[in-house]
Write a protein that binds this ligand. Structure first.
Ligand code: NAD
Length: 295
């Protein structure tokens, strides 16, 4: 149906483990690799631990016991050979260009011809990821940007580079749609792709408007929560949920990514009110509360 019979996910962290679980839940065998943890009893401890955690996740396990049997765990030093018969290799390691590129060179040495390699990066441009890598790699490479948590977030951004074969994009898009139930969009290779450009932009607009107009958070969320598609928490409840302390990092990262002439640049400025709340311990649900009081 999909043309993808086996998948590898490299990086068994928050995103990689979740992606691997979703693929296994769809009945497709997965190889999940991570680095070797110093002093760990097993050389596959990180990937094994991730699978165990997904089975135990509460309130809902992220993976069925039957699906877990489809996941082969290993490490990137000893088990690279496991990639040889994979049709799609998803890289979900730390957000560092040097680490990702070193990994791509290893993958290029073992993957089968025509297999697709993709990165789950949220911020690194595709052009930088493939810079200095062979053209054979670039032709089979794209970005597949899953959202957190992959099991529940239906959107998948698939970004193609100048050299990417259209068949590679078609292969992963078809699989993501048919097997993983994703809505696939294909943004351009620009900072924030589409989802973070729009998502972060309107969250920031909501914060600025509410502060400048002196709105109560309930008033602001009545207008910009439910109607904008976040019915449960509203915008301000969402900020409480992810943590107010994340906001300055997100803004810094967007400012760093967006060139000054980009119309979105100016809107991503730090908000003194949020900085004061963070300093006072009002970091959201993990702190003393945030825009909303803790129940
Ligand atoms: P994480 O820190 O939870 O996991 C990263 C994993 O990669 C760790 O287990 C680490 O041991 C492993 N790793 C590091 N170097 C490696 C190597 N050379 N080989 C194999 N494994 C290696 O990170 P995460 O939050 O899962 O993010 C992974 C990627 O997904 C990043 O590119 C990030 O930008 C992107 N992303 C994250 C989110 C999110 O909400 N966390 C959302 C979308 C995209």
């Amino acid at each position: 149906m999909s043309g993808i019979g086996k998948v590898a996910v490299i990086g068994a962290g928050v995103m990689g483990a979740g992606i691997a679980a979703q693929v296994a839940n769809a009945g497709v065998p997965v190889v999940l690799l991570d680095i070797v943890k110093e002093g760990a009893a097993s050389r596959s401890a990180i990937a094994e631990g991730a699978v165990a955690a997904l089975l135990k996740a509460d309130p809902a396990p992220f993976m069925s016991r039957a699906a877990a049997k489809l996941v082969a765990t290993g490490n990137i030093e000893d088990d690279l050979g496991l990639l040889a018969d994979c049709d799609w290799i998803v890289e979900a390691v730390v957000e560092r260009l040097d680490v990702k590129q070193a990994l791509y060179r290893k993958i290029e040495g073992v993957r089968k011809a025509g297999s697709v390699v993709s990165s789950n990066t949220s911020t690194i441009p595709l052009a930088s990821l493939i810079s200095g890598l062979p053209e054979t790699f670039a032709r089979d490479f794209c970005i597949t940007h899953f959202f957190n948590p992959p099991r529940y977030m239906r959107l998948l951004e698939v970004v193609k580079g100048e050299l990417t074969r259209p068949e590679a994009i078609a292969l992963v898009s078809r699989f993501a749609d048919a097997a993983l139930g994703k809505s696939v969009i294909t943004p351009k290779d620009r900072p924030g792709f589409i989802a973070n450009r729009l998502g972060v932009f309107w969250i920031q607009c909501a914060v600025i408007e509410a502060i400048e107009q002196g709105l109560e958070v309930e008033e602001a969320d009545a207008v910009i929560g439910k109607p904008m598609g976040i019915p449960k928490t509203g915008v301000f409840g969402l900020i409480d949920l992810v943590g107010l302390d994340l906001m300055p990092h997100v803004m810094d990262s967007m400012i760093g990514l967006l060139p000054p002439e980009d119309p979105l640049h100016a809107i991503h400025r730090p908000q003194p009110l949020i900085e004061r709340m963070i300093a006072d311990g009002y970091t959201g649900r993990k702190g003393k509360g945030g825009f909303y009081r803790l129940n």
